[in-house]
Design a protein. Structure first.
Ligand SMILES: [Zn+2]
Length: 253
């Protein structure tokens, strides 16, 4: 299962409320459960994940990307106006469109299943039966509670069941699921589930260590803390295998 801990700081992802199967809990298709919290402010400020799936409306893709950019541009224009900014100023007038394009095409491109990286898998011809670790994968995401950046590193490992993928594909999977409004725990599980599906194995581990701008630049304003989440499946639930992985990524305490 998953570990959540906080280094050098106040807990943003409090470990006692994460994915415990609970009578009041919501259970999703993958068998993960999250406790439902009544108070949405608590959910937002404590960064509690309520579901492993990114909550999307059924009509999410009725509008094409171009139309979405137009509408977001209009709304962002209004936000800037309400803040009292002068949108006739040369420096500001392009901002609403720039932000709208950035949302749709860059930082939230991973909302659209059409953008999921295509995965060609290969037979494991070398019969390499050991652990493969890809560490320090760059990660850029956005907190869904504050729309501020989450950035850090992901470390991924798997043991091939006979199927392998190109190494850069692991980075692409990490990036795709990161480019959504996210909570770190959900991101961790989504990447893990996708890798298990693509690699046709349960033997997958992932650790994410990231900084949340909403913790460092507002609220508690904790500059030094990072948040660590992990998901161990299959053989990685075995302490020895897990320790080997933690040693490779330099996180063995
Ligand atoms: Zn946040």
């Amino acid at each position: 299962m998953k570990m959540v801990m906080k280094i050098n700081g106040t807990s943003a992802l409090s470990s006692n409320v994460n994915r415990t199967r609970d009578n009041n809990g919501h259970i999703n298709g993958n068998g993960h459960a999250f406790k439902i919290w009544e108070d949405t402010d608590i959910i937002g400020d404590d960064h509690i994940a309520t579901n492993i799936e990114t909550p999307m409306r059924a009509d999410a893709f009725l509008l094409d990307d171009e139309r979405k950019v137009e509408i977001i541009e209009q709304h962002f224009n209004k936000i800037m106006n309400v803040l009292g900014l002068d949108l006739t100023d040369d420096s500001l007038k392009g901002t609403p469109r720039r932000v709208a394009k950035m949302f749709v095409n860059e930082i939230f491109y991973g909302l659209n299943p059409e953008n999921k990286p295509s995965m060609s898998v290969f037979d494991n011809k070398f019969k390499y039966g050991q652990m493969l670790v890809e560490k320090n994968i760059n990660l850029n995401s956005t907190c869904e509670h504050h729309f501020l950046p989450i950035f850090g590193k992901a470390h991924v490992a798997y043991v091939s069941s006979g199927t392998v993928i190109g190494l850069s594909k692991i980075n692409r999977i990490v990036d795709y699921f990161s480019r959504r409004p996210q909570v770190q725990e959900r991101l961790t599980v989504q990447i893990s589930e996708e890798l298990k599906k693509v690699l046709k194995t349960e033997d997958v581990a992932i650790i994410i260590e990231a900084k949340h701008m909403c913790v460092s630049s507002r609220g508690i304003q904790d500059e030094s803390s990072t948040t660590v989440t992990a998901e161990y499946s299959g053989i990685f639930k075995n302490e020895k295998t897990k320790d080997e992985f933690l040693t490779y990524v330099g996180m063995k305490l």
